[in-house]
Design a protein around this ligand. Structure first.
Ligand SMILES: Cc1cc2nc3c(=O)[nH]c(=O)nc-3n(C[C@H](O)[C@H](O)[C@H](O)COP(=O)(O)OP(=O)(O)OC[C@H]3O[C@@H](n4cnc5c(N)ncnc54)[C@H](O)[C@@H]3O)c2cc1C
Length: 470
């Protein structure tokens, strides 16, 4: 490929910090708040004009992974709990205890934005929005600064410990630290997909019972014939809006590489088209949806999986189904192996990638890599879950880069294989991981040591003292 060389130039250093968190999503927000709470001078950098990551930019409006299935034992606490309680005060989420008992926290993304601003700024963090982390220069094997690109131009911030909470492990990649990408068979990652907001639904006129099943059958036939190119034509979707008649379906799908801008471009265009098509189909076919209209598609295509940092430890799919407990646990995840088809298939109910997938037409994973698929060879999805009442632990070492000693990750891009990341990517777990990353980063900065050398027992005690579920 042709290239050009640009002249080197001096970049102003606009701040010096103990801890810098890149990315203000469910992983990054608690990381920054926890680091500042522990006394570290902390900066949170986010490329958009608001916080929340997929929770707001992706309209992913329900927090999962909040309690172990079959019990009421919470899997989150601390900063995640504060954020959820604040959203409830803003009438943007149900009362916290009620939501935990039901096993999920549905919320209004606008309430998430405001609550996140408040807990970050009240927590004493410096916040820089509209700032893209462009580079992570390394000196003597350690990251020395992050280079930010914004309307103000190129600027640098220096720090002692860096937390990559970009979801895509951008800081890991820019620093030259190792990362993995996708499943081992072919490097494919879970399909992208966007949630969207609809309104004008007459909820009390929607088909129910057998009538609903008959309409769902028609919708499924429309998917299989290609009339609908979404993967999930179920109206209403998984998230009820806070106002009646408003819903946030999770319906669309696109296979591609979230770190490739051409794939991102194609995905945005396809998903917008599929969304309009699906809303039109509902309007024309489903009683109670005659007046449905599209309120909003998300500012950013939904991203499930991209790079995973290579850490001192790796979380695996076996950890999930074995509900593995670890001595150096810093967060818990009760969620299951939930891999959205990396080939982006939508027809024949091909929702998930596991041994029980209908696999029609034949899939290369079935033909050549069957033993790499999760599941027990049957269509029993229970084989993908930690057993009732159980969870798997996230160990501290999976947050610590194996290559760059002052680099941590938080959220969905920690050190995990394709199967394990499909479970721990839920926002409840990402927030719990974030809080641990921030607290541990502050301990390292304060003790003038590296994250790998901190006392993990002391970290666990500090997390528990602040209400985290560890
Ligand atoms: C379609 C779909 C449905 C889902 N459903 C659910 C669900 O029902 N419940 C659930 O709990 N989870 C769900 N998830 C998963 C969940 O939303 C994500 O895994 C979670 O948001 C990950 O949090 P994160 O902070 O690690 O990453 P992200 O949410 O991706 O946040 C990363 C942040 O970093 C910022 N950033 C990225 N790169 C840079 C850069 N270079 N410089 C500066 N900032 C940067 C981004 O703007 C963003 O704010 C779903 C995901 C998708 C796509």
């Amino acid at each position: 490929m042709r290239s050009i060389t640009i002249p080197s130039r001096e970049i102003p250093v606009i701040g010096e910090y103990d801890v810098i968190v890149a990315g203000g999503g469910p992983g990054g927000i608690p990381a920054a708040v926890a680091a500042a709470r522990a006394g570290a001078k902390t900066l949170l950098v986010e490329r958009y004009g608001y916080l929340g990551g997929m929770a707001t930019a992706g309209l992913i409006a329900v927090i999962l992974g909040v309690r172990a299935s079959g019990t009421s034992e919470p899997m989150i606490g601390g900063i995640a709990e504060r954020l959820c309680r604040r959203m409830a005060e803003l009438d943007g989420a149900p009362p916290y205890d009620e939501a935990i008992a039901r096993g999920s926290v549905p919320f209004d993304p606008e309430a998430f934005k405001l609550a996140a601003d408040e807990i970050v700024l009240d927590g004493g963090c410096d916040l820089r929005l509209h700032s893209w982390v462009a580079e992570a220069p390394v000196e003597d094997g350690r990251i020395s600064a992050l280079i930010l690109e914004s309307k103000s131009g190129r600027e640098a911030v220096t720090g002692r410990v860096f937390i990559d909470a970009t979801g895509d492990a951008d800081v890991v990649a820019r620093s030259g630290a190792r990362f993995t990408f996708g499943r081992s068979a072919d490097g494919a990652v879970q399909s992208m997909g966007s949630m969207f907001r609809i309104a004008g639904v007459h909820d009390d006129e929607l088909p129910t019972g057998e009538s609903r099943e008959a309409f769902m059958q028609r919708a499924t036939e429309a998917v299989n014939s290609g009339d609908i190119t979404a993967y999930n034509p179920s109206w209403g979707g998984v998230v009820g809006g806070r106002r009646s008649g408003e819903h946030m379906p999770n319906a669309t799908r696109f296979a591609g590489d979230p770190t490739n801008v051409e794939d991102l471009t194609r995905g945005e265009v396809q998903i917008r088209r599929d969304t309009w098509q699906l809303v039109r189909w509902w309007r024309e076919n489903v009683p109670g949806m005659e007046d449905v209209y599209l309120v909003q598609t998300p500012p950013h295509i939904g991203l499930r999986e991209s790079r995973q940092m290579v850490g001192l430890e790796i979380v695996t799919g076996d950890d999930v189904v074995d509900a593995r407990r670890r001595d150096e646990a810093v967060a818990r995840c009760p969620y299951w192996i939930d891999i959205h088809c990396p080939l982006g298939r939508t027809k024949n109910s091909t929702h998930l990638c596991y041994t029980g997938c209908p696999n029609d037409p034949p899939c290369p994973m079935y033909e050549e890599h069957y033993d790499e698929l999760p599941g027990d060879g049957s269509d029993d999805r229970a084989a993908l879950h930690p057993r009732d009442g159980l969870w798997f632990d996230i160990p501290w070492g999976s947050l610590v880069s194996a290559d760059v000693p002052n680099l941590l990750s938080a959220g969905r891009c920690i050190s995990a294989d394709h199967q394990a990341m499909s479970a721990l990517r839920v926002m409840g777990t990402c927030m719990a991981i974030g809080e641990a990353a921030g607290e541990g980063a502050a301990m390292a900065a304060d003790g003038e040591t590296d994250p790998a050398a901190i006392d993990v027992g002391a970290l666990q005690e500090r997390l528990r003292a602040n209400g985290a579920a560890v």
